[in-house]
Design a protein around this ligand. Structure first.
Ligand SMILES: O=C(OCc1ccccc1)c1cn[nH]c1
Length: 242
């Protein structure tokens, strides 16, 4: 997979070069390009924003600059990338989205700032490639860069050879629609708190059942709406007894 990010703060994407993801990039498991939007300005001030039509607070990012940047980064050759625009006004990003995007050959992230990018940029790009305006949560950030980091990490860890242990990607929380339950490691007792006995019993059927019960209980307490979304039959009669 190739991922490109267009931003006025390229250094904000430096964390991509760290840790497992950084290693995967070094080993060409994934290619990442970061581009400074101002490279496509032509005025002495390198302006990327202007006042909003219709008035109101803040500034809007100029269509000409974004248009040239996307032409250059996305190109015109198939396979065209999927263009992702982080915005609070987007459809919610979730694990299903990360899984869906993980089979893409190319992703381009357009990181907006100010009040956002002139809508015509998105409408124009959508005539040449798939475009998704996506939110990582119901809050407002200053720019799309942090959201891009979140989504790139969620996708990249699903790619072969990027994450240390491929098994854990399958056993992800949300892979069965429930939240992960609690986890424990040594010591057996810490500050007077013992690890639940079942986890040291060696009885793997009992351990699996205990873990599922914990996941159900945590999901019920913290995200009850997820239980309603489970596919038919996902909860067996033992689960319902919980
Ligand atoms: O704030 C966000 O993106 C930055 C952004 C983009 C456009 C206009 C304002 C802010 C965001 C919040 N959840 N998901 C994305």
């Amino acid at each position: 997979m190739r991922i490109d990010v267009i931003t006025i703060f390229p250094d904000y994407l430096n964390p991509l070069r760290e840790a497992l993801l950084g290693k995967a990039i070094e080993r060409d498991r994934i290619a990442v390009g970061v581009h400074d939007l101002r490279d496509w300005t032509h005025d002495v001030h390198r302006a990327v924003d202007d006042s909003p039509y219709g008035g109101g607070p803040g500034m809007v990012m100029k269509p000409q600059v974004w248009g040239e940047a996307l032409d250059a980064v996305c190109g015109t050759e198939e396979p065209m990338p999927r263009l992702v625009v982080p915005t609070p006004a987007g459809r919610p990003f979730d694990q299903a989205t990360a899984i869906r995007w993980s089979s893409e050959q190319r992703l381009v992230f357009a990181c907006g700032r100010y009040e956002g990018i002139d809508q015509r940029v998105i409408d124009d790009a959508a005539t040449r490639m798939p475009v998704e305006e996506v939110s990582i949560g119901d809050y407002v950030l200053v720019g799309g860069e942090v959201a891009a980091l979140v989504m790139i990490e969620a996708v990249a860890r699903l790619l072969p050879g990027v994450l240390g242990n491929p098994l854990s990607a399958e056993q992800d929380s949300f892979s069965d629609g429930l939240l992960e339950g609690p986890c424990y490691t040594r010591p057996e007792v810490w500050r007077g708190r013992a690890v639940p006995d079942v986890l040291r019993s060696g009885n793997h059927a009992a351990i699996d059942r205990w873990r599922r019960d914990q996941a159900l209980e945590r999901t019920y307490r913290r995200r009850p709406e997820l239980l309603a979304e489970l596919p038919e039959g996902a909860l067996d009669k033992r689960d319902r007894a919980q």
